[in-house]
Structures are given as C-alpha cells and as structure tokens.
Design a protein around this ligand. Sequence first.
Ligand code: FAD
Ligand code: NAG
Ligand code: NAG
Ligand code: NAG
Ligand code: NAG
Ligand code: NAG
Ligand code: NAG
Ligand code: NAG
Ligand code: NAG
Ligand code: NAG
Ligand code: NAG
Length: 536
Amino acid sequence: MKHLCSYFCAITITALLFSLTPASADSHENFLQCLYNYPENTTSISSVVYTQTNSSYTSVLDVSIQNLRFFNATSKPVVIVTPLVVSHIQATIICAQRHGLQIRTRSGGHDYEGLSYVAGVPFVVVDLIKIREIEVDVENSTAWVQAGATLGELYYTISQKSKTLGFPGGVCPTVGVGGHISGGGYGFMIRKYGLAADNVIDAKIVDVNGNLLDKETMGEDLFWAIRGGGGASFGIVVAWKIKLVPVPSTVTVFRVRRTLEENATGIIQKWQRGANKFNESLTIRIKMERVNSSKSGNLTVEAQFESLYLGRVDDLIPYMQKSFPELGLVREDCTEMSWIGSILFMAGFPNGQSTDVLLNRTQSDGLFFFKAKSDYVRDPIPDVGLEGLWPFLYEDEAKDGYIQFTPYGGRMYEISESETPFAHRSGNIFHIQYIVFWREKGDVAAQRRVNWIRRLYNYTEAYVSKSPRSAYLNYRDLDIGVNNDGYTSFSQASIWGFKYFGNNFNRLARVKTRVDPRNFFRNEQSIPPLISQGRK
Ligand SMILES: Cc1cc2nc3c(=O)[nH]c(=O)nc-3n(C[C@H](O)[C@H](O)[C@H](O)COP(=O)(O)OP(=O)(O)OC[C@H]3O[C@@H](n4cnc5c(N)ncnc54)[C@H](O)[C@@H]3O)c2cc1C
Ligand SMILES: *[C@@H]1O[C@H](CO)[C@@H](O)[C@H](O)[C@H]1NC(C)=O
Ligand SMILES: *[C@@H]1O[C@H](CO)[C@@H](O)[C@H](O)[C@H]1NC(C)=O
Ligand SMILES: *[C@@H]1O[C@H](CO)[C@@H](O)[C@H](O)[C@H]1NC(C)=O
Ligand SMILES: *[C@@H]1O[C@H](CO)[C@@H](O)[C@H](O)[C@H]1NC(C)=O
Ligand SMILES: *[C@@H]1O[C@H](CO)[C@@H](O)[C@H](O)[C@H]1NC(C)=O
Ligand SMILES: *[C@@H]1O[C@H](CO)[C@@H](O)[C@H](O)[C@H]1NC(C)=O
Ligand SMILES: *[C@@H]1O[C@H](CO)[C@@H](O)[C@H](O)[C@H]1NC(C)=O
Ligand SMILES: *[C@@H]1O[C@H](CO)[C@@H](O)[C@H](O)[C@H]1NC(C)=O
Ligand SMILES: *[C@@H]1O[C@H](CO)[C@@H](O)[C@H](O)[C@H]1NC(C)=O
Ligand SMILES: CC(=O)N[C@H]1CO[C@H](CO)[C@@H](O)[C@@H]1O
C-alpha cells in the first residue's frame, strides 16, 4: 500500500475549507493541475484524462451508457478519468476533494437511474473500463476480478479455465461487477448459492483519504457494507476476490410459454406456492408480457417459465412431474448444455453462439429508454390480484414492458437478514421486477411510460411487502425517495434507505460515519453519515 499521507495532509485543511464550495471553471483547471502534479504516474495520467474539449470526450462518456433516458443529459461531467492503475484513482479522489468536484464512479454503466455518470453538480466520472483484469485460481476455486470487468468477461474467463466452476451473478453479460456485486447481484443460481455479494471473500477499495484498503485493513464493518450496500457511498472498489462455485459439467435449461388461454394464471398460482420450496438446484423464473393470441388474434398475456437446473434432464422430468405437473414440462422443452452455455441461453443468444460474444460490451439488442421498479412478495398474490395485473399489460405503454418473478428459498433463506446489507431473505417468496422499454424520443413518450409503471406499482401495493415496501438497490428507483440536493440527512435518507436495506440501513449509516464522515462520496441515494452534512 502506498503511503499518501504527506501529500494528503498538505491539502487536508484546504479540502476542509473549500470542498463544500461549488467548483468554478478555474477550479477545473486547478483540478487538472493537481492530477498532473500528483506524486506518482504524473505522465501516464494525462493520457486518460478527458475534458469537454477533448475530441474523445463524448465517445468515452457515451460508450457505457445503458439507458437512453440519460444519453443526452445536460449535466455532464467536467472531466472523465479512465484510470489505468490504482494511483490514478487515488489522485482523482484527492484532487476532486481539493477542488470542489464530486465523483461518480462507473464500472459497467447499468445504473437504472444513470447515477454513475449524471449529477446535478460539477463532477468527475471515474470510469473503470480499463481496470478489468480477471485472475482465476482453479485450484482454490477463487478469482480476483477488477471492478471494471463485466459479468460476461468474468463468466467467459472462468469457463476458459474450468467446466465445473461458475459464479452466481446476474444474467446480462454487459453488467459491470463494480456496481453489480456491491449492490447484491443475482441470477439463475440464486437458490443454490445466493447473491454474487454472498460469494465475496476479499475486496480492494480506495477510501476518501486515498488509501488502498483490503479486507484486513478496511475493517469488518466496511467489508460488510460494500457487499450489498452499494459501493458508491463508501469509496471506489478496485477489485473483488470471489469464491467460485461448483457447477455440473452438464446442466439443463428450458423456456416454456403459457398464455392466459393455456391457464397461465393457474400455473402461476401453483408456482407461487412451490417455486421457493423446490430443490435448490432448480430456479424457475417467470416473465410475463403481452402477446397476440394465436387462437383469437386478440391480446393475451404470456408467462415464460425460464429455468436453469443444475443437473440432467433425466432427473428433472420426473422431479417436475412430481412437484410442478401443472406446467406440463416435457423432455422436448429442455436442453442439456454446459454451464457457460446456459449463460448464453439465458442472455438470449441463439443456440450455437460462440462464447466470446460474452466479451462484447455492447448490448446485442441495442439501446432503449427504460424505467423499472421492484418489489418483494411475502404471501401468494390471489387470483383476483393477478387478474387485475393483466390489463396493465394490454395498455399501449406496455408494448415493450414485462413483469418478472424470481423465486427465493434455498440459500437465500439460510443467510440471516443482517449478515450482509441485503436484507430481503427469509419470509420473501419471490422478487418482482417491473420494467418498461421504449424507443420513441422525447419527454412526452417518456412521461407516458413512467406514468404507466407508477400506476402499475400503485396497483400492486396491496399484494407486496409493507412497512416498509421493500426494493432492490440494483434496480435503482429514484421514485422511492432521494436525498436533498447537496444535503444528506439521515431522516430524509430513511425514506428510501429502509426500503432497500431494512434495519441494515442503521448500520450502513454508522459505517458511513466512520469511513466518510464529511460525506464526500454522495449522490441522490447515497448512505448518509449520522451527522448532517453538505453545503448550506
Ligand atoms: C440490462 C440490464 C440487466 C441487468 N440484469 C441484472 C441481473 O440479472 N441481476 C441483477 O442482480 N441485476 C441486474 N441488473 C442491475 C445491475 O446489477 C445494476 O444496475 C448494477 O448496479 C450495475 O452495475 P454496473 O457496474 O454495470 O453499473 P454502474 O452504473 O457503473 O454503477 C452502478 C452503481 O454502482 C456504483 N459503482 C460502480 N462501480 C463502482 C465501484 N467500482 N466502486 C464503487 N461504486 C461503484 C456507481 O457509482 C453506481 O452508483 C441489470 C441491469 C441492466 C441495465
Ligand atoms: C485530448 O485532446 C488532445 C487534443 O485534441 C489530444 O492530444 C489528447 O491525447 C486527448 N486526450 C486523451 C486522453 O485522449
Ligand atoms: C441526443 O442528441 C442528439 C443531438 O441533438 C440527437 O441527434 C439524438 O437523437 C439524441 N439522442 C437521444 C437518445 O435522445
Ligand atoms: C491456493 O491458495 C494457497 C493459499 O492461499 C496459495 O498458497 C496457492 O498458491 C494457491 N494456488 C494457486 C494455484 O494459486
Ligand atoms: C389451471 O391451473 C389450476 C391450478 O394449477 C388447476 O387447478 C386448474 O385445474 C387448471 N385449469 C385448467 C383448465 O387446466
Ligand atoms: C436436488 O437435486 C440435486 C441434483 O439433481 C440432487 O443431487 C439433490 O439430491 C437434490 N436434493 C434434494 C433435497 O432432493
Ligand atoms: C399483434 O397484433 C397487432 C395488431 O394486429 C400487430 O400490430 C402486432 O405487430 C402484432 N404483434 C405481434 C408480436 O405479432
Ligand atoms: C377479441 O376481442 C374483441 C374485442 O374486445 C372481442 O369482441 C372478441 O370476442 C375477442 N375474440 C375472442 C376470440 O376472444
Ligand atoms: C458487439 O456487439 C454489437 C451488437 O451486437 C455488434 O454490433 C458488434 O459488431 C460486436 N463487436 C464485436 C467486436 O464483435
Ligand atoms: C392508487 O391506487 C388506489 C387504490 O388502490 C387508488 O385509489 C388511487 O387513485 C391510485 N393512485 C394513482 C395515482 O393511480
Ligand atoms: C507506482 C505505479 O503505480 N506505477 C505505475 C504507473 O503507471 C504504469 C502504467 O501507465 C504502470 O505500469 C506502473 O506500474
């Protein structure tokens, strides 16, 4: 670990006096000078610093934007830094404080509300796109993965080294491990192995003082906080050490579709009562969207039952006949493949697609505008509740929207609520995501979709978790509450904080108070220190 103290102490007093002052154009220049004068790697950092006048600025900013809603945001960073080494991160953290700029850290850029690259104050984006090495240790079933790597890069690299190791993370290969793992992270192995964050065994983070810390030096509480509490409130995560999990060399997948005419509602009813109790090697997720009925041509709802089974089809079919006969699964619906093949299947790639597509950081379907929300369900939704949902999907706004149910149970019930900041464990039967996509530009088009999803969310209130109504941090939703601009009080943050973290929110605030008492790392939904902070 580098000792930056002499440099940092020299500026601490200035930072204290000026860090709360809005930045001016002059201070941008001063910020750059500070970076270039930083004790280490002063020459190499200039090759990764982009100001708004740089011809590459726009492409560097846009390359990781995953939601068109924030594509032409008016509040762009004054500078983008794409660090090559840890000292570039340290320099940026120190100099940004000294010159009154906030930091937004970006790994994969999938934040649903664009918080990793949009801010209403003068700010710097630290984009970790060049910090993305992955080292797999097959002998010990572990890997070090740097924060700027994507899930696709991680899964690909694991599969190159072993056919019987995997990692229980999310489904979309372009998602960055920096945001994903620090916010929880789940995919089709959630019932067997829990969340991505549940499988972290060490981490490296640069804190507000510019110190590079690992599990030993950061302390138990900070190591706890960044495994589900979101990294952005605490520092810049550089790398995770993760536990790889055993997967069979052959797994089985299926995706079967049932419309309302084919008794989808009845089958979902049965699923709600069984899916969290099935063998934990089996995860069956449901995606509901509208389709034209093949019988009448009228709109109907189709439920897609998508599943990964960590075993062979010969075992799955009799198990399904016994446990979930209502779905009517037959052998022809199923495909046996490698675990990495299942990653491609779930990500929607056609059969026979080469694995190296996982290294491509561009979304294969292109970009959309989107807005999403999440919920947790503790008691089965009655028929009348489901039947009231379907008309929402018939509305025009829902043309490219869907509702997704992910079952809990298995490993998720074995981990206590307080073991990590992610509190949504036992008691939850399943998790819901509502999402709507559109391609039409403009505020009117956006407002229609946002209104639709808000009405839908209002409708489901009666059927989901209450007091507080829980939400998943990685499906970030600013509708559930935000910090006041530039001023973060615990009571204001409590409005959204208990929804994401349950009672763990209190402990997160205590960790924040210890590691970043002056609240440098802040955003619309950052954890507040217990003492009120900010300008004013
Ligand atoms: C298409 C798509 C599919 C998805 N699929 C899944 C899924 O299957 N399962 C699931 O659980 N989630 C899924 N998500 C949600 C995803 O997990 C979150 O959006 C996640 O936060 C994205 O991480 P990122 O690094 O790509 O995003 P970013 O936008 O880069 O970051 C997200 C947040 O984390 C902070 N952050 C990022 N990197 C760091 C770092 N190194 N140190 C500190 N803070 C950091 C950012 O500042 C921001 O607040 C999906 C999202 C999208 C858009
Ligand atoms: C910024 O722009 C200048 C001139 O346009 C160029 O020489 C420099 O390399 C650019 N910086 C980066 C990081 O690309
Ligand atoms: C962004 O702005 C450009 C230039 O005005 C425009 O051509 C483009 O369509 C806009 N994109 C989005 C997603 O709004
Ligand atoms: C496995 O871990 C042990 C103990 O940390 C270490 O000594 C060994 O080098 C590791 N194996 C590999 C292949 O890195
Ligand atoms: C629909 O599913 C329910 C619950 O699984 C079942 O009881 C009912 O018999 C099914 N109806 C039809 C018409 O198949
Ligand atoms: C669950 O399925 C796995 C894989 O087929 C099997 O090894 C295990 O015994 C099953 N567990 C139970 C409790 O049935
Ligand atoms: C469904 O029907 C509508 C109206 O006839 C048509 O515009 C639409 O393209 C159809 N959708 C699909 C997926 O076939
Ligand atoms: C299709 O919808 C129309 C209009 O709602 C309705 O009159 C008709 O009966 C429906 N057809 C079928 C086969 O359900
Ligand atoms: C990556 O994927 C995008 C979208 O599918 C495609 O246009 C592009 O050609 C791919 N890039 C490479 C290097 O394969
Ligand atoms: C929310 O739902 C309630 C009934 O559940 C209804 O009375 C109210 O009008 C709805 N609000 C909005 C904004 O749709
Ligand atoms: C001490 C230190 O971090 N040196 C790094 C400076 O930057 C180059 C790459 O530009 C690295 O290779 C060095 O390790």
